[in-house]
Write a protein that binds this ligand. Structure first.
Ligand SMILES: [Zn+2]
Length: 243
């Protein structure tokens, strides 16, 4: 937190970070793609006027923060808090941390989660990928654990690894069920062709081959899959998943 506040604790620092993220090579006009702008200040905000077509745009126009009345420091702190939390940060907690009204906290939370979700869909996992079946919810229902449980949402948990076996990127995708058809369509949408996929012996995971991937089922041989090194990063238990 002190480190975060040191680098992104003021409005000017947040504006500079947003400008750098949005236009790393300098201003690009959202209308005509020309570079170069005249910069002027309106209120407390920077405005950019394209030198080619004279289109005026603000730093936040067309971004997640468009038309916001909140300072960027509030948004950036919300991003920090949400991204640091291991479990989901509630809108109520966000309200308390940021000192804002509950509806505003709820709005920020949903906007950020939507942005994260949209960004995630643009990635596919590459290289070596560990996959497992996982189930979310139903903790208080007293239902059966793991596969075949009622009241739980099934999803595929997948993590891609680098050459040293360290995790790069995860994907958690709800699926209709663990059928060959569902896994085939999941693999086509989420895996790059030629991935090398490890899973336990659950039959449906053979369908990753339909997306051009190789499949390596690991047979536990009396040990629980979560005790095997092949599943180090995708270690799930019936109700909670841990990475
Ligand atoms: Zn322009």
């Amino acid at each position: 937190m002190p480190d975060f506040l040191k680098h992104l604790g003021t409005e000017a620092q947040c504006e500079a970070a947003l400008e750098q993220a949005r236009w790393p090579q300098g201003f690009v006009c959202p209308c005509c793609r020309a570079t170069g702008a005249s910069v002027f200040i309106v209120g407390s905000h920077k405005m950019f006027q394209c030198r080619a077509c004279r289109h005026q745009t603000s730093l936040t126009a067309g971004t997640l923060f468009q038309s916001t009345k909140l300072p960027l420091t509030t948004w950036f702190l919300a991003i920090y808090l949400i991204s640091q939390e291991k479990t989901c940060l509630s809108a109520l907690a966000l309200k308390r941390y940021l000192g804002i009204r509950y509806p505003t906290a709820w709005f920020i939370q949903h906007k950020l989660m939507q942005a994260m979700s949209e960004r995630e869909t643009t990635y596919t996992l590459t290289g070596h990928v560990q996959v497992d079946d996982a189930y979310l919810g139903g903790e208080l229902s007293g239902g059966k654990a793991g596969r075949g449980s009622e009241n739980k949402v099934p999803f595929v948990a997948a993590v891609s690894l680098d050459d040293k076996g360290h995790p790069l990127r995860i994907k958690l995708t709800p699926v209709s069920g663990f059928t060959l058809k569902a896994i085939s369509s999941w693999a086509n949408a989420n895996l790059a062709p030629n991935c090398s996929v490890s899973s336990d012996g659950l039959a449906c995971f053979t369908a990753v081959t339909e997306a051009g991937c190789q499949h390596h089922p690991i047979v536990a041989g009396g040990r629980k899959p979560k005790e095997l090194p092949e599943f180090l990063w995708i270690n799930t238990n019936p109700n909670k998943f841990l990475f």
